[in-house]
Design a binder for this molecule. Structure first.
Ligand code: GLN
Length: 289
């Protein structure tokens, strides 16, 4: 067929044509294309018919092919927005999820009446939870742990880039630690938060979608999905201040089990909260004074 229309290969080098031809969901294609071009999303509209350089087109098509093969968009562009902040993402960290913003909001509510609150984030990954809390509460002292040195490096870069260096609470403190293992005598936290690996080892989701490309140790405990949560709950009372609270994210069907673990450890005011999909996604409680 002779090609005269805008969709033919010879004329494909505009944003409009690339986005028409993409096999990807439109939003994903737009994220990859703005990443390659260094444009804002709105420029894909205002500059839709500009002819693009062949190097840019090739870079876009290469990323598109990798996405079609399964790589997560956040890893392809090296970033994901969380709580209004743009976090660096690498294959060494869990990609921040929108439902985890509920954990941040709940932690912020727990410290709203405290001055200079002390916050501990266990298994920080990108640092999304710790940095989001620190950005909203410049006076908070925030301590974040991860057992992965690679993850801590990503988290430290995110904290340095996203937080005011002169925040009154000081820089986020990062420690390489397997749960509380290397925390030493750092005690008296007002809030402990965690989004731990809570997927059971045999869960088929581990071999689907983005999860195939994320660090397995951030997703599964290689057991029943509750072993990390058990360790976090068991170690929390010794590290919390009187009346301190612990909140954890968990799987869609784990809320009751997590509430039981909290109650068995002596927590009071034990409750769960639902994410935007209506799923009980986080559970927490308060240390009885
Ligand atoms: N929310 C992630 C998922 O189910 C799991 C994250 C985690 O295990 N903490 O895709």
């Amino acid at each position: 067929m002779t090609s005269t229309g805008p969709d033919n290969a010879g004329n494909a080098a505009t944003p409009a044509a690339l986005l028409r031809a993409t096999p990807l969901p439109p939003l994903e294609a737009r994220i990859l294309l703005t990443h390659v071009l260094g444009w804002r999303q709105t420029q894909l509209i205002t500059r839709a018919d500009e002819t693009l350089g062949s190097a840019d087109v090739e870079r876009f098509l290469a990323l598109q092919a990798r996405r079609v093969a399964g790589e997560p968009v956040a890893q392809l562009v090296g970033a994901r927005e969380f709580f209004g902040l743009e976090f660096e993402v690498t294959p060494h960290v869990l990609i921040p999820r929108p439902e985890t913003e509920l954990l941040v909001e709940t932690a912020l509510t727990a410290i709203e009446n405290l001055t200079r609150p002390r916050v501990l984030d266990l298994g920080t990954g990108t640092g999304a939870i710790a940095v989001a809390i620190a950005s909203m509460r410049p006076d908070a002292h925030v301590h974040a742990l991860d057992r992965s040195a690679e993850a801590l490096a990503v988290a430290a870069r995110n904290a340095a880039r996203l937080l005011d260096a002169r925040r009154p609470g000081g820089a986020v403190t990062f420690t390489q630690s397997d749960w509380y293992g290397s925390l030493g005598a750092t005690l008296g936290f007002d809030v402990i938060v965690s989004n731990p690996p809570y997927i059971a080892s045999g869960d088929p989701h581990l071999s689907q979608g983005d999860l195939r490309y994320e660090p397995r140790g951030a997703l599964t405990d290689e057991a029943d999905g509750l072993s990390a949560i058990r360790a976090i709950v068991a170690g929390a009372p010794a590290r919390l201040a009187a009346h301190g609270v612990l909140w954890m994210e968990h799987g869609y069907d784990q809320a009751e089990a997590v509430r039981e673990l909290l109650a068995a450890q002596g927590f009071v005011e034990v409750e769960s909260a639902r994410d935007l999909a209506g799923i009980e996604r986080i559970s927490g409680g308060r240390l009885a004074g």
